[in-house]
Design a protein around this ligand. Structure first.
Ligand code: ADP
Length: 163
């Protein structure tokens, strides 16, 4: 049983993330999308909201689960019996940081492998930050985030006074 973990902030999930999830779900028995608590960022959605938005979006994939964690990723993986970390790469600029994190995770647990999945060329420009920026200016979000969550993003940006 191969379980892959796809960690990130997902604030909010974008079509780029969804593309990586769909392709990973076709390769692994199970994909665990993990919303990591990252104190360094000032998020738009809280952790529970982010998990719920992802759950709604991945309902169609029977082998994808979603959870959140404030633990060290390798600890969570040990508990779940997962050996693979999936990272989406948009551009060379993602590589330096992701390579460093991959080496650290291997140092922490040498049974864990990080696999880099190149972004679909349709989504290389896309990030959660860009989505939030576009939402602020009232842009059409249909080419950025899954249909199921567009209204949530608009409502949240408005309720937070970001717009
Ligand atoms: P963001 O940079 O959008 O805030 P996250 O921290 O949620 O993203 O990233 C989670 C994972 O998804 C990382 O591996 C990141 O490289 C990857 N990722 C983010 N956006 C895309 C995209 N448009 N295409 C492919 N992978 C992506």
């Amino acid at each position: 049983m191969s379980i892959a973990v796809y960690p990130g902030s997902f604030d909010p999930i974008t079509l780029g993330h969804l593309n990586i999830i769909r392709r990973s779900a076709a390769v692994f028995n199970e994909v665990l999308v993990c919303v990591m608590v990252n104190s360094g960022k000032n998020p738009l959605f809280n952790i529970e909201e982010r998990v719920e938005l992802i759950e709604r979006t991945v309902e169609r994939f029977p082998n994808v689960r979603v959870e959140c964690s404030s633990k060290l990723l390798v600890e969570l993986m040990k508990e779940r019996g997962a050996k693979v970390i999936i990272k989406g790469l948009r551009a060379v600029s993602d590589f330096d940081r992701e390579f460093q994190i991959a080496l650290i995770n291997r140092k922490l647990d040498d049974g864990i492998e990080t696999l880099f999945m190149p972004s679909s060329e349709k989504y290389t420009y896309l990030s959660s930050t860009a989505v939030k920026e576009m939402a602020r200016y009232g842009a059409d979000l249909r080419t950025f985030v899954p249909m199921e969550i567009i209204d949530d993003v608009i409502r949240k940006v408005e309720s937070e006074g970001w717009r």
